[in-house]
Write a protein that binds this ligand. Structure first.
Ligand SMILES: Nc1ncnc2c1ncn2[C@@H]1O[C@H](COP(=O)(O)OP(=O)(O)O)[C@@H](O)[C@H]1O
Ligand SMILES: [Mg+2]
Length: 135
């Protein structure tokens, strides 16, 4: 992929999660890890709506993507609030609390910047290199 970046702001409602996913698939087209990118954006957008002030009336969140060669940086900026993102320890029967664990497993790196005024959760995906696939 040639270097490029793109971002879009969505209303902080559950319907926007699907829109955010479509936004990134349209941009990535045939990139080898488009499914993983979709899953990550879906988890991060869901968290913005469910856990941050983006989910309050009139709230918004912004999805950004930056592609450079085999690396893709995905991020979701929310409107902050009292809670902060943290990967929860896995519980055997837990249906919730696995989103950020999953992001951590798929991404080469991920993290959180910001504070109660707004937080960005970012993740970097790396496409398999030719050397790795040729083995
Ligand atoms: N954008 C966010 N803003 C505030 N808190 C968050 C955000 N994302 C995640 N969190 C916190 O981190 C926890 C773990 O997130 P996650 O692994 O996605 O699990 P789940 O969303 O199912 O609770 C959430 O329960 C929430 O407390
Ligand atoms: Mg979640």
């Amino acid at each position: 992929m040639s270097p490029s970046r793109i971002s879009r702001t969505f209303l902080g409602s559950p319907a926007s999660i699907t829109e955010a996913r479509r936004f990134i698939t349209a941009f990535l087209r045939n990139w080898p890890r488009v499914d993983d990118a979709e899953l990550i954006v879906s988890e991060l957008a869901t968290n913005a709506v469910r856990h941050s002030d983006s989910g309050r009336f009139g709230g918004r969140f912004t999805v950004s993507m930056e592609a450079d060669g085999s690396r893709l940086r995905l991020s979701v900026l929310d409107e902050g609030g009292p809670r902060a993102p943290r990967a929860l320890p896995p519980l055997a029967s837990a249906e919730n609390g696995r989103g950020l664990m999953l992001v951590g497993e798929l991404a080469a790196a991920w993290g959180v910047v910001g504070d109660d005024k707004g937080r960005t959760v970012w993740a970097v995906l790396e496409a398999p290199s030719e050397a790795a696939t040729r083995r």
